[in-house]
Design a protein around this ligand. Sequence first.
Ligand code: FES
Ligand code: FE
Length: 421
Amino acid sequence: MTVIQPGIVGDRIQSNRVHGSLYTDPALFQAELEHIWRKTWVYVGHESEIPNLNDFVMKSIGPQPVLMVRGRDGVVRVLQNRCPHRGNQVCVQEQGNAAIFVCSYHSWTFANTGDLIGFAFPEGYRDHGDAEKKELGLGRVPRVEAYRGFVFASFGTDGPTLAEHLGGAAETLDRVCLASPEGEIEVTAGFLKHKARSNWKFIVENECDGYHPAFVHSSIFGVADSGIGGLYGNQSTALTRDYGNGHTEVDLRPEFRKTGVPLQWFGTTAERLPAYVASMEAAYGNERAREIMIDGTPHVMIYPNLFIAEIQLFVIQPLAVDLTVQHVTALQFKGAPDLNRRMRQQTMGSVGPAGLLLADDCEMYERTQRGVAARDPEWLFLGRGEQREYRDADGFRVGHATDETPSRGIWRHYAGLMEAV
Ligand code: FES
Ligand code: FE
């Protein structure tokens, strides 16, 4: 058994097994905040959530609240939602439009660039607080970059660029956008939030765990008379892929290409969405549109917190070592109103408050968290498919749909992040 690296995680991560304490150790959770959430690129939100000048939306980077703001200059900034006076949360509204933010505690006023621009009763400060105005302001997350409208931010002032961080997984975001006749997605359907008493890493790993759906989701597949279960069966030709940097995918395209039926990925047919099909053909030409509609959108986990599940976008937010919130919305595709309506309906049915899909996963997250509290056997085995894993033409590790190639990739990346100085 190969020990990956010594240090904070010690020998708790090995090539095909991880120690249960990685999900329960409060000290390790604090270290993760520093090594991962306050250092690397984290998905914050989508540009379509703040389309107009002065729009803002409340978001988070790990447990920390932030504001994603489009300034008067059109620039998207990510500000820390904390007053430099006494630490009060400056904005409590989930989203809106505001050129300034006024702290509710003592009324300090900030431009939406983060600059402090005014005090109540300025006579109480030397020179009416001119020096303070220059020095104090809302904290700005130093690096903010977008790819295809997906906004990422990093508290780290240096390190890999967003393009380097996304690496080969950037192509999966291209694939999401391709399903829109205008080449753009929109995040406009509103978010549902699901709290799970579970460590965030169980959730990240589960997103591209193709081993569980046939069992955990058998009831919804049965009720919905859905063919999705077969995609994750033993005979499936679907693949798992490790893009490096913790990004992983279950690539279902081989299964959809086998049957070659457009919109099978969405559980519908071209006849049911004539307007969408016509716009796609007008945008891409008949042949390319057909290919895109056969392939569908990806099932990809962009480390550490953005999960695109074909028709939904999830954001994973750790709150404590054993508490995580999943924020989820229906993907919306620019120029595709009929598809979007069905996206919202299917999202309510699968991951809404009475949805039949996410409830199953959440139950597994919580049972697993309770399970690892028992320390014997201490290790979790992640060796499924190790013997049949291979590298594709791009050098990415690939496994069968049900293999644990994604989990092994996630832990390899995690070990590197946690051991970095
Ligand atoms: Fe914000 Fe005092 S805490 S003005
Ligand atoms: Fe699941």
